[in-house]
Design a binder for this molecule. Structure first.
Ligand code: GLV
Ligand code: MN
Ligand code: MN
Length: 414
């Protein structure tokens, strides 16, 4: 039997009205008015539920329940920002689930039915998506020391605005926790894949992440007339880019099916004008694999194919790595705690890998971390049609709450 949770579902509907799109999704890229509106709604929600708000200099927004003054924190969270024209669930579901879990476990601590040894907090990490400002997982990257605060704040979007400007009306406030004060982290997210659905499993306990390598690719050619320039004279940056795009896709055919994903997902073309051959293309290229050796070979092969594309198009192509994460497993103790919590609630579960990156990808390298999935209908994500059934969403809140109880009372992580 699954619990119902009308309060959670009503909050989720209210939250999803911020940056809502006509197609039933949301569009609230980091630091846009839509993201700020969602953050403001969340700020009010925190106050209404008795949580103290704090914002750190990287824009991470916390809701704090101090249960044991001076003790370290159990932190639960995800992100409220989205890709352009995206779904309602990616990230936002996890922040609201965490907020509900914090309020419930804190109430149990207040009534004496739960004996906390840690404090409990929810976090909305700033700019997980990295769509407006690269790289992704920016707020948790700064929090975990993987990215310098100054570099993050100086990052510019395509229109030239910086993160510092985008955060402008949100100065740091309150006593935000720092990494040193965090004892445990947990996050729940939609799967963004089909495995739970295909296997009829209610929840996933994430045990590993696919490895990823993201690049900025710059193709330099010469601007000239599309009509009058003789074909052998051309140095067409867009042609060079097209060869790279095709090469990235064809790379996957060199490996066992399913062992390499690759995409070029963003293009800036200069001057991007009819009747003018492009002088420069800047694009974003992304390789992922559940096998580090496949990823390493793919990175090597990509270098070779880029050299071919350069020669064929008579352009210069440079590749710089902008974000890389490895296959590091989630700590087995956290996986065991997640499984035990699911067992205690009678939820069917499986260990599962995450293909997408999450803020827990950063946190797990520093503190014991539990990462949970609920099913995504048809695995659709980064699309307005992204959907998770209410009963699955509510089941996830139950599971995260049980995980929070176990973490906050200091259950041994063995
Ligand atoms: C997350 O940001 C990803 O790139 O998967
Ligand atoms: Mn996400
Ligand atoms: Mn996403």
């Amino acid at each position: 039997m699954s619990a119902t949770n009308p309060a959670f579902l009503a909050d989720f509907a209210a939250m999803s009205s911020h940056g809502a799109t006509a197609g039933g999704g949301v569009d609230r890229q980091a630091g846009t008015p839509e993201d700020h509106a969602t953050r403001a709604w969340f700020s009010t929600w925190l106050a209404d539920h008795g949580l103290a708000e704090a914002v750190d200099p990287a824009g991470n927004q916390f809701g704090l329940a101090e249960l044991v003054p001076g003790a370290p924190w159990v932190l639960l969270g995800s992100h409220l920002d989205s890709q352009p024209l995206a779904g309602r669930y990616d990230g936002a579901y996890g922040v609201l689930a965490a907020a509900h879990a914090v309020v419930r476990a804190s109430a149990e601590a207040g009534s004496g039915s739960l004996k906390p040894v840690f404090n409990l907090a929810v976090v909305n990490w700033f700019n997980e998506e990295g769509s407006r400002f690269t790289p992704s997982m920016m707020g948790s990257g700064v929090f975990t020391g993987k990215l310098a605060l100054e570099a993050a704040l100086a990052t510019r979007d395509l229109a030239g605005s910086t993160v510092a400007e985008a955060l402008g009306d949100l100065p740091a406030s309150g006593a935000a926790p720092t990494l040193e004060s965090i004892a445990r982290y947990a996050e729940i997210h939609i799967e963004q894949g089909r495995l739970l659905e295909e296997t009829g499993t209610q929840v996933g306990i994430v045990d590993k992440t696919w490895a990823a390598a993201k690049y900025q690719v710059v193709v330099d050619g010469d601007q000239s007339h599309t009509g009058s320039t003789r074909m052998p004279d051309r140095r067409d940056a867009l042609f060079g880019a097209a060869l790279v795009i095709a090469a990235a896709r064809e790379l996957t055919e060199e490996f066992e099916s399913g062992s390499l994903h690759s995409s070029v997902s963003q293009l800036q073309v200069l001057p991007n004008s009819p009747v003018t051959i492009a002088r420069q293309v800047v694009m974003n290229l992304d390789l992922r694999s559940p096998d580090e050796s496949v990823l390493a070979r793919a990175m090597d092969l990509l270098d070779k194919r880029i050299a071919d594309a350069e020669a064929r198009s008579r352009t210069e192509i440079s590749l710089s790595l902008t974000h890389r994460w490895g296959l590091n497993p989630y700590q087995p103790a956290g996986v065991r705690l997640g499984r035990a919590a699911a067992d205690a609630l009678g939820f069917s579960h499986m260990d599962i890998m995450t293909v997408a990156g999450h803020d827990s990808t950063n946190m797990k390298d520093h503190v014991p971390t539990v990462m949970l999935f609920v099913p995504s209908v048809d695995g659709i994500s980064h699309n307005e049609a992204e959907f998770t059934r209410d009963e699955d969403a509510v089941r996830g809140v139950e599971l995260l709450t049980e995980v929070a109880r176990r973490l906050v009372r200091g259950d041994a992580l063995e």
